[in-house]
Design a protein around this ligand. Structure first.
Ligand SMILES: Nc1ncnc2c1ncn2[C@@H]1O[C@H](COP(=O)(O)OP(=O)(O)OP(=O)(O)O)[C@@H](O)[C@H]1O
Length: 243
């Protein structure tokens, strides 16, 4: 039987008069890759921010293993096993690659310090394709490599639930295949993944299930094939004239 890891119930976020996320409900099962899709501005990143605790909810709640996590500080939520990457990579430019990853280990679900944190960081850098680059300054990395560092830093906290905000965006076709395999391997090692993504190849090959948002609300859920052929989803992406 599959177990629900993360559950959103009536999750709502208002920014002044704008309802960015409107009564969102969905569950994510253990070891599932869930795609969170929708056109620009539909509320996907805000939903991740509500799950990770970066933003307070205006209504509803989020549960992890049946226990409410909404309302807890972001750092506590990370420690409970939920970590995210950001659409715009956020690294500490004054530190080298390895130290950025070590910083993730210190604040995480399974905290590591000293030699253990350094060895773990080097293992994660290898895993994300940055083996041997631990001493490099962040400023010398390509854009893609900064994304890799950010993923390694997020993994350093050993998250059970990994929130990836357009992590595959901007990769060339070869890098995309490597990125897809990497995310699959993260699921295979027991993590649950929520993927905000626009890259359709990645959605089709990675996601077990998708939830589609438009104007803050859920408009469809199902397998990638089901949602990508749903009329309302097509209309939300293309607009009424093209549907
Ligand atoms: N901090 C904020 N203050 C005010 N409005 C915000 C804030 N963050 C997001 N919004 C608004 O909330 C709505 C949803 O934004 P969000 O970034 O969650 O969408 P998205 O689906 O992630 O879009 P994209 O695919 O472009 O990243 C948008 O109208 C956005 O302008």
């Amino acid at each position: 039987m599959t177990q629900t890891v993360l559950s959103l119930s009536n999750v709502t976020k208002r920014f002044g008069g704008l309802i960015a996320v409107n009564a969102m409900d969905f569950d994510v099962a253990e070891h599932e890759v869930l795609g969170l899709l929708g056109p620009n501005g539909s509320g996907k990143s805000t939903t991740l921010n509500l799950i990770s605790g970066a933003l307070p909810l205006s209504g509803g709640h989020v549960s992890l293993w049946g226990n409410r996590i909404s309302g807890l500080p972001a750092q506590t939520i990370t420690r409970k096993g939920v970590s995210r990457t950001f659409q715009l990579v956020r690294l500490l430019p004054s530190m080298n690659v390895r130290d950025n990853v070590v910083a993730g280990a210190v604040f995480g679900h399974r905290r590591r310090w000293g030699r253990e944190a350094i060895d773990h960081a080097d293992m994660l850098l290898e895993k994300v394709g940055l083996g041997g680059k631990g001493d490099m300054p962040i400023g010398q990395l390509t854009y893609i490599d900064t994304k890799r560092v950010e993923l390694a830093r997020t993994l350093a906290s050993d998250p059970k639930v990994l929130l990836l905000d357009e992590w595959l965006a901007g990769l060339n076709p070869t890098e995309l295949q490597i990125g897809i395999s990497l995310i699959r391997s993260l699921r295979d090692e027991g993590r649950t993944v929520i993927l905000v993504e626009h890259v359709m190849d990645a959605i089709r090959s990675l996601c077990d299930r998708c939830v589609v948002m438009a104007a803050g609300a859920k408009i469809a859920q199902g397998t990638p094939t089901e949602v990508l052929s749903d009329r309302e989803v097509i209309r939300a992406y293309l607009g009424d004239d093209d549907a």
